[in-house]
Structures are given as C-alpha cells and as structure tokens.
Design a binder for this molecule. Structure first.
Ligand code: ATP
Length: 185
C-alpha cells in the first residue's frame, strides 16, 4: 500500500488541511491518509485546544471520507510528539508499505531540524503541498499542486477571538464543536 501521514497540530483542523490531504492522495495514488494530531508539538510554543478536543475535531472533519483516518497515537504516547517516533510506530502498526509524510510548503526549511531527520528520511518520503505565499523547494521533496484555501489555524483562532465568522473555512461539524465547547474565545 501507499500510505500518507499528515502530521500537524490541527488547532483547529481547517479546509486547507483537508484539501492538502486530498491533493496528496490523488497525486500520489495513496490508499490511506493518516492524520496524526500532535500531543505537544516540538516546533510551536504551545497548542491552544487540548489534544482531546483537537482529535475530536479531526475525527468530525474526516467522518465522511473512508480514505482519511485519524490516529491518536501521539496523544497516547504523551510528551513531545516527535515524527521519528510516530513514523516508527506507524510502521509497526501497518507494516511494510510506501510511506509519504505530507507537509505544507512553508515547513520545508525547518525539516532538517526535526529530531533524527537523517533516519526519518529512510522511513518516509517527504512531500509538500504547494502554498501560494511560499516558494521553498528542495530537490528531494515533491511539490504537490492542488487548490488549497489560504487559511491557517492561527487565522481561524484570531477570527474567533475577534468575533468574525469562520463558516466555510472549517467543516460545519468542526464549527459546531468549537461553539459548543467555547474553544479559542
Ligand atoms: P498554525 O497557523 O497554528 O501554524 P497551520 O494551519 O499551519 O497552523 P498545522 O496543524 O501546523 O496548521 O499544519 C499541519 C501542516 O499542514 C503543516 O505542514 C502546514 O504547512 C500544512 N498546512 C496548513 N494550512 C495549510 C493550507 N491552507 N494549505 C496547505 N497546507 C497547509
């Protein structure tokens, strides 16, 4: 099988993430895309919603797509979520397959700072979703062209704080979850 791993904080998940996952699925012919919300992200100051809430929102967003699966292994492992540990664990769970790790194009420059990067690239092949505001490239990384909304989780959180609408920026179920639990206010 060809399996995509889409790591992120998903704080919250938005349509840009889903479009990126779909772009990777169709352009690489992936059988599954595994969304793996981090517990404690190594490269960000903190997460805003708990991993329980972020996982719940990812599950809601993926509900109607059989090719997309939410894995809660990083939350279960606790501590800082290093991709090297996640990649090894996914290999243990799913066995020998072709693994692709999906990132946004903005993440390309930070990859060499990831823990055990040299070992990591032996386990997964990195692919990057084109983002309109970025032009980073790397000879070893395939850039995936697929239309994605120029939104970020930061933008969504800021809009909520300012009382602005986020309708059609996140799936309706995610919007309802955010409202019900009073997240990001
Ligand atoms: P934040 O604004 O909090 O930094 P984010 O929206 O970038 O969050 P992450 O959960 O950090 O979301 O993203 C996971 C991955 O998804 C990252 O590699 C990021 O580059 C990519 N990504 C995020 N938004 C988009 C988008 N609109 N289009 C394509 N890729 C995206």
């Amino acid at each position: 099988m060809k399996i995509g791993i889409f790591g992120g904080v998903f704080d919250p998940i938005h349509f840009g993430h889903l479009q990126g996952g779909e772009g990777a699925r169709v352009s690489l012919g992936l059988d599954k895309v595994l969304f793996t919300p981090s517990h404690i992200p190594p490269h960000k100051p903190k997460s805003y919603a708990s991993s329980k809430d972020r996982i719940a929102m990812v599950n809601i967003a993926l509900e109607e797509n059989q090719n997309f699966i939410c894995l809660d292994i990083e939350a279960k492992r606790e501590g800082i979520s290093y991709t090297i540990d996640t990649a090894k664990e996914i290999k243990r769970l799913y066995g020998e397959n072709e693994y692709y790790f999906i990132i946004g194009q903005d993440t390309i420059p930070e990859l060499p700072t990831w823990k055990d990067y040299k070992t990591l690239i032996l386990l997964v092949k990195f692919v990057a979703i084109k983002r309109s505001d970025f032009s980073y490239t790397d000879p070893d990384i395939t850039i995936i062209e697929y239309p994605t909304l120029p939104v970020s989780s930061t933008m969504i959180r800021e809009r909520i704080k300012q009382g602005l609408s986020i309708k059609y920026l996140v799936p309706d179920g995610v919007l309802k979850y955010i409202q019900k639990h009073g997240l990001y206010m």
